[in-house]
Design a protein around this ligand. Sequence first.
Ligand code: KIV
Ligand code: ZN
Length: 516
Amino acid sequence: MSRIIKIFDTTLRDGEQSPGASMTTPEKARIARQLDKLGVDIIEAGFAISSQGDFDAIREIADLAQNSAVCSLARAAEKDIRRAAEALQSARKPRIHTFIATSPIHMEYKLKMKPEEVVKRAGEAIRLARSFVDDVEFSCEDATRSEMPFLKEILAAAIEAGAKTLNIPDTVGYAIPKDFEKFIAEICSFVADRAIVSVHCHNDLGLATANSLAAILGGAGQVECTINGLGERAGNASLEEIAMTLRVRRDLFGGADTGINSKEIYAASRLLAETCGIEPQPNKAIVGKNAFSHESGIHQDGVLKHRQTYEIMSAEDIGLDRNRLTLGKLSGSHAFKEKLKELGFEELGEEEFKKAFAQFKELADRKKTIYDEDVRSLITSESANVPAEFTLESLQLSDCSGGFPIGAVTIRRANGEVKTDAAIGGGTMDAIFKAVDRVSGYSGQLMDYKVDAVSEGKDALARVTVKVIFDDSKPAVMGHGLDIDTMKASAEAYVKSLNSYLAMKDRLKTKDRGGL
Ligand code: KIV
Ligand code: ZN
């Protein structure tokens, strides 16, 4: 009989804490739909008290999730728990996840609290959370640098107060698999069947997946992870690595498995990367661009003769269909709709579909073959319904043969006003962005700029991602632009980042979360 390990996905909470990964509510909702389809047991949709944006996203995800439980993070504080409960009101399966730090260094310097006060605070928070929902998870932040006797004391108090899942985070990525397995085994034997023991591993030493798997061997019944390993600093344990290791090495994990539908992994990975503009490294296990490509002649020869000579799993297992059907100029709206469905974009309303189809047709006129990646990019670059205050109407560039580059843009405002202006820049991109600043009246600082070819061929679409700060007290916002012409895509990306900033400015988290 197989032992089912619960997958707690924190892409939309811890993953979003990754620098530059902030997402809008519609973007988070789209990812949550895919997580639900992927079969994660719990979606941690955000940290309700941290911003209005997080609160709204949790609320929307609570409404849409069909199978997964939906969770909000909350510090062990009354106002946090009340806000989490409010955001989760419509969830079919709501969970409140409350936490407090338990390591000596965190208690003394961050919390400035005595251990007994920490235990009392945890108990009160859990009891309050239980007055709203049945399913309460408690985390001992920085557990791997906490003292075992104290951990046992606080976990016993948490069980007594009604927590059903006890999470042991390796907050700073400090654990080593062999020790961590023993550490978790000791906690599991202490907790016994009074609660589910969970782990939450960070990747500072590159060991997050290895530690999560070691914890499963030690008896953990839940692992917390993210798509593509996205997360604070070096990231969190990667969902796809854990799920596929359990599947491929079933022999070593006593039959432990997850409820993940592995054929949805690739779609989830691409959707996240396209949405937040953070690509997994090319050699990233399972979802990296090179994960299933064989370059060396000896390997190619072996794979052609018998695939398992060099492959321990197949691309199809994660939903990467190498014989995918592509679209072209003659494809009609029915084929396009089918493709959107296959790629997980069935939620598009009629207007959005019409717009996407028109964009597809326009692209098909300029590009011979439209790949899945192109379609994904077309949909995600539309910033998932961010209201467009500014629309780029045209872009003209000249560099006066060796002189200063000049960019001229024409931009339409939502109220119909059309304005044209030009600027000189240190380089072409600088000139374009300055021209947009002049027309819009906003001034952005460019923090990051990236261009990727979306698919193959000389006529590949350029996907430009910019990260811009429009207000020093707020985090950077992202913008994506998509066009065969890289300069046009750059201008689009910058204008879209401005639209995102304007749509979210009152909801963006302030940089300091502070407090407990
Ligand atoms: O890393 C951590 O300790 C966390 C907790 C809030 C669970 O993210
Ligand atoms: Zn974390």
